[in-house]
Ligand binder design. Sequence first.
Ligand SMILES: [Fe+2]
Length: 384
Amino acid sequence: MSKKETPLFPLRKGLHARQAHVDLPAGTFEEEHARQGFFGRTTHLYRLHPVTDWTRIEGPLRPHSYDLNPLADSADAKVKASMFGSTETAFAPICILHNGDVALHWVAPAAMDFFYRNADGDDVYYIHAGGGKLETTFGALVYATGDYLVIPRGTTYRFLPGEGPQRYLLIESFSEVTIPDRNQLGPNAIFDPAMVDTPELEPYEMNPKGGPREWAVHIKRESQITKVFYPFNPLDVVGWKGDLTVWRINVKDIRPVLSARYHLPPSAHSTFIANNFVICSFLPRPFEEEEGAMRVPFYHSNIDYDEVLFYSAGHFFSRDGIGAGMMTWHPQGIHHGPHPKAIPLSRTKERTDEVAVMVDAFRPLRATPAAELMENLNYWASWK
Ligand SMILES: [Fe+2]
């Protein structure tokens, strides 16, 4: 059934709220049982217990949490965990979770003396910490913490980071990444396209660091690296025209959609879409004002999507024990929702200052051995 065929008047049994997420029956906990993320047919279940109040779990299906902070600290670990067995510590993405549509990597680049080209997919970087200069086929772009960098498949590029730790979340998409329709919000909502920056061409320097040298381009195709060498700097584009390029938007320039009276679903915070997954940004915003309106995410079992959240900055009010640089993965079929303290805590606060990136993947994800090394094995018990 498509969204248009959804009946206006759903069936109603027993105790229930007529408006989802508002004025729940006293003593109940609301769970959303819904298809197609938050777009399809939906039933709200009013339960007497939080559905995450399990005593134990047997079997492989469980919520996961990873602390990525230490993962990129040692050059040796970086190379060993790198997705393509790279011997180049300057750019050695560490894959955490992946499926046939999307792969999530943790990257701690240093200044690269070679170029990289991904022939497998588009690369979307979220700059969790650091910044610098990105050199690309289309020109150069200065980037900073909080930026998303969208790099279309086949673009040749390299990072020249500045001072300080560099920690980037790389969301590799095996289909073209685009932005969602704004529909009735209009073309300037969420972020104005005019806030987007694109690379600027710089004067061509054949050998920016001095004498003649050989330049390498490391091309990834089917997760294997091929190195192509040139006797000149291969970023020799002196002009271009078209609508396919690298682009940058900072999360500070994304203006979340709000409702004072209704807890909007995560889909309202979609920033990018691609085949079978979506990237959402949860950004600082005031909480719902109306007394009966829920302020925390409702419980749900994500029937159709694996949900990954990367926590970047601020206070993650709905999750206990989660800090910046951590990632949670809630696979399809097992519930998740706010931690017990979050519901009363949200009533005492006016706004959230969290910055988090969510990836909702339609097909099940797999964790890599590198991720398993960083896993908090007791996360499943954290709702107690
Ligand atoms: Fe969720």
